[in-house]
Design a protein around this ligand. Structure first.
Ligand SMILES: O=C(O)CCC(=O)C(=O)O
Ligand SMILES: [Fe+2]
Length: 308
């Protein structure tokens, strides 16, 4: 399977907004990739590698602490935002019939002032990275609308509250896969079970190899880690909006081979529609019944955590 590599420099964050007609070749390239593969590599998108590295370093420092230090920041402890915080090993099954994933994660789902952070530095670096990812993902969304021959507002107006936790569930997630001995793993247990993402689209910054992506044939193939490129993939609600024109493709992270003590880190930015947005097929068909964004996401959390 071949994941296309797309040069985003004409709409990089380093450039001011550009006229729509300059984006048309990019829209055509993305359209082909999203209809055929569901995943693309983006190059020259305008987020500094130093920032990405600093976010990974800061997260890793947090993950390497004993569990007792991380516990106070657990997902579920934050009254104002149920999805914000640390997720311990084996707590989430992204493929629910499998045992819990052998990963840790930290969800940044709220930037509200009442959130208690592990440190000021952790807050600042993750908040500034969240904002860069927000800007980039909204630019991508504009090109996506063009590629579907839609007015940009049709999609952008359903993403007005990104970064406002009580109105939009967009999440920056830092993931850490610790070294492990696969002989101790439960039957069927993976680092990250097969799943498609829930929202509109996802930006994925990888620190190393390990991700596998499902091809149309149903077979999983390794996605390489191309230095300086990020992965961009379509998620479930955009697939529903487009009545399957754009596909939300399953992916996973397997256990490392016996004797391999590799770790993996990645940063995923899940762009979600506003909680109240109603996702209806834009072609007027009834391929999927209308669903409220928040309801769709809550059902997915119930499946993967056994609760919200
Ligand atoms: O480690 C990865 O890159 C996969 C993470 C992922 O797919 C997810 O959390 O949705
Ligand atoms: Fe994913």
């Amino acid at each position: 399977m071949n994941i296309p590599v797309v040069d985003f420099s004409c709409f990089s964050l380093e450039k001011p907004d550009v006229p729509e007609q300059h984006l048309l070749p990019l829209a055509t390239e993305l359209r082909a990739a999203f209809t055929q593969v569901g995943f693309v590599f983006l190059q020259n998108y305008g987020i500094a590698q130093e920032l990405v590295d600093a976010v990974m370093d800061t997260s890793r420092e947090f993950f390497l602490q004993p569990d007792e230090e991380k516990q106070p920041f657990s997902r579920g402890n934050y009254e104002s935002c149920y999805n914000h915080g640390w997720i311990s090993m084996e707590t989430e099954s992204l493929n629910p019939p499998r045992p819990g994933d052998l990963k840790e994660a930290f969800n940044i789902s709220s930037l509200d002032p009442d959130i208690k952070w592990p440190s000021k530095h952790f807050e600042e670096i993750h908040t500034s990275f969240f904002q860069r990812c927000k800007e980039l993902s909204l630019r991508v969304l504009k090109v996506v609308a063009l590629s579907l021959n839609l007015q940009p507002d049709v999609l952008l107006s359903a993403h007005k509250f990104v970064g406002t936790s009580h109105k939009n569930s967009t999440t920056l997630r830092s993931l850490y896969y610790p070294p492990l001995n696969r002989e101790n793993a439960k039957e069927g247990q993976l680092r990250c079970g097969e799943h498609s993402d829930y929202g509109t689209l996802t930006l994925l910054f990888q620190g190393s190899d390990g991700l596998q992506v499902c091809a149309r044939s149903g077979e999983f193939f390794p996605a390489p880690n191309i230095p300086g490129a990020i992965l961009l993939n379509i998620a479930d609600m955009l697939q529903r909006w487009t009545s399957d024109q754009f596909i939300s493709v399953r992916h996973r992270v397997l256990l490392p081979p016996v004797g391999d003590s590799c770790t993996r880190q990645s940063l995923a930015f899940f762009l979600h529609p506003d909680d109240e947005a109603l996702i209806t097929c834009l072609d007027g068909s009834n391929k999927y019944p209308p669903v409220k964004s928040q309801e769709y996401v809550l059902q997915k959390f119930k499946d993967s955590y056994g609760k919200v």
